[in-house]
Design a protein around this ligand. Structure first.
Ligand code: NAP
Length: 525
């Protein structure tokens, strides 16, 4: 059976190019056949999104919330049918399915609440003062949705960062129609979820065009989407090469648009000597588990560990190496990702890293985890050692002393995270290290590992380039919706023409900044 795209609520398969995804473990092609979107279908998806935009953006807060909650209900109802497709295509375990689904549901509920609260409006009111010289006008400002958003599904999160993952839910919550470019490696999972989103949209009375879903294997469809004038922003999770190419494309448009790309990060871990002396036994397992978690196919995988050379460090590295390399490995997301992983390890070796590789399962798509070791001087001189090797690989950087380590930090690229493992006194003494790191990363973790990204509002998941293309924002938590809104100010606007969130009455009890004070009260001017 040929499965088409969703152009708005309708299935559409007008093209002649088809493809199938495959099962991760054995590489056997699946039975579903997907029809790549034609250029006409891409245009139609963008036009439908544009037509839906005004109505969708003007809906009462509660309607978009209902839509997102209904999607969550349907996902829950269908989880037994979804799980086998997800596990077969991605090679990820049923346990991972459960946790990723839970995360996806939580994200949907959190964004539903955000939508309903109106907090994302960032409403601000400065009342007039005719006695000021020159007279001060009445100024009221709030955020409005930016317009149709294109989201590229991520290969490593078939649910939580794909069809109705964080980026899509954030955009829909604030009134932006969404067009998904499904990731071809998990096209069947994506298609299954897309059908549920369309069902939820129809059942909750959303305008047709609020959600489209297009298939493709190759760059044409993504390129056309990013270039279409009705598209106003892009959400992306994937490779540095892909994110950068889309960013450049968007900036070369007649009307440039923001691309929020979350790309490579090697998430350095800095282990301080006093801590290691006291805690080495406790941390071997913790670190090794983080390194193997998700088979290293997480953007927060600890890809670099900095240590200070001494006997304790040697002992610790021995223990870490034997624990990590003896862990049971499984199939990677896809053979193409496994090939890149093997290439990445080879490059590290070619450039002079001393490599230690697991001798475990040699089956085709099973990753053989590896540790590399270099000296600080090599790290400082060769930028190759900062490249992400996506998968279970970690590079140890041996530093002679803290000055050596600080020099490594000086040349470090932008990262999503940095972790410091140190005793209380050591960390206090390393204040300068913390200050340096805060200018390099989006999140600093004290005595913890980078994997396991909580979706709380205070999470920051984004960092200076090349971790992300716009480090003022993040891709996790409700604040990520700020990527898809823009502020508009209304000057001396008559009360009855003002949008509801800015009216004196404050019908929806939104917290607003009124003359510099945050309050949910009505105003009387
Ligand atoms: P990718 O190659 O960047 O692709 C992601 C999506 O973007 C796919 O839909 C792809 O389309 C599209 N795309 C990529 N380059 C494009 C371009 N120049 N023009 C238009 N569309 C483009 O990432 P991936 O497939 O997820 O994984 C490949 C590698 O990316 C991994 O081996 C890993 O190194 C890295 N990665 C990193 C992270 C992270 O969190 N740091 C996450 C995932 C992947 P098509 O697939 O249809 O060609």
């Amino acid at each position: 059976m040929i499965l088409g795209n969703f152009i708005g609520f309708a299935r559409s398969a007008r093209g002649t190019v088809t493809f199938s995804s495959s099962n991760s473990m054995d590489g056997i092609a699946r039975s579903e056949i997907f029809c790549e979107a034609t250029s006409e279908e891409v245009i139609e998806a963008c036009e439908r999104a544009n037509q839906a935009f005004i109505e969708f953006s003007q809906l009462p807060n509660t309607s978009r919330g209902q839509f997102l909650r209904r999607i969550a209900d349907l996902l829950q109802q269908q989880k037994e049918n979804l799980e086998p497709i997800y596990c077969a295509e991605s090679g990820l375990s049923p346990e991972r399915f459960e946790s990723e689904l839970l995360r996806t549901l939580r994200q949907l509920y959190n964004f539903a609440e955000l939508s309903e609260s109106g907090a994302w409006r960032n409403a601000s009111i400065d009342t007039s003062n005719p006695n000021q010289d020159p007279p001060k006008p009445d100024l009221r400002k709030m955020c409005i949705p930016i317009g149709p958003v294109v989201v590229f599904g991520a290969s490593n999160f078939p649910l939580a960062y794909s069809t109705i993952g964080g980026d899509a839910a954030a955009a829909l919550a604030v009134g932006c129609p969404v067009i998904i470019k499904a990731h071809p490696l998990h096209a069947a999972t994506s298609d299954f979820v897309a059908a549920l989103v369309v069902q939820a949209a129809e059942e909750t009375g959303m305008p047709d065009g609020v959600f489209s879903h297009v298939h493709a294997k190759g760059f044409r469809v993504g390129t056309e989407l990013v270039q279409h004038p009705f598209v106003k922003a892009v959400g992306f999770t994937g490779s540095l090469a892909g994110g950068r190419a889309l960013f450049d494309l968007a900036n070369n448009r007649t009307e440039p648009i923001p691309v929020f790309a979350e790309m490579g990060s090697v998430n350095p871990v800095f282990i301080l000597p006093e801590f290691l002396q006291k805690e080495k036994e406790n941390w071997v397992e913790m670190l090794a588990n983080s390194m193997i978690s998700g088979l290293g196919q997480f953007c927060t995988n600890p890809g670099l560990i900095f240590v200070i050379d001494n006997e304790v460090t040697d002992e610790f590295l021995q223990m870490l190496s034997s624990d990590f390399l003896s862990k049971v490995s499984t199939a990677m997301l896809h053979s193409s990702i496994k090939d890149r992983f093997d290439q990445g390890k080879l490059q590290m070796e070619i450039h002079g890293a001393e490599m230690h590789q697991s001798l475990g399962d040699m089956s085709d798509n099973v990753a053989r985890q590896a540790l590399g070791a270099i000296r600080a001087k090599q790290f400082i001189q060769n930028p190759k050692f900062q490249e992400e090797v996506f998968g279970p690989f970690t590079l140890i950087v041996r530093c002679s002393d803290m000055y050596d380590l600080a020099s490594c930090v000086d040349v470090l690229n932008g990262q999503l995270t940095a972790s410091i493992l140190g005793s209380r006194d050591e960390i206090r003494f390393q204040n300068q290290l913390v200050i340096k790191l805060q200018n390099k990363v989006g999140r600093i973790i004290f005595n913890g590992v980078p994997t396991g990204v909580d979706i709380a509002p205070s999470m920051q998941h984004g960092g200076p380039y090349p971790a992300s293309t716009d480090n003022r924002f993040g891709a996790v938590g409700i604040d990520s919706a700020q990527r898809f809104v823009r502020p508009v100010a209304y000057q001396n606007c008559p009360e009855d023409l003002l949008p509801e969130p800015l009216k004196n009455k404050n019908l929806f009890n939104i917290v607003r900044r009124v003359n510099g004070v945050f309050t949910a009260d009505a105003i009387n001017f």
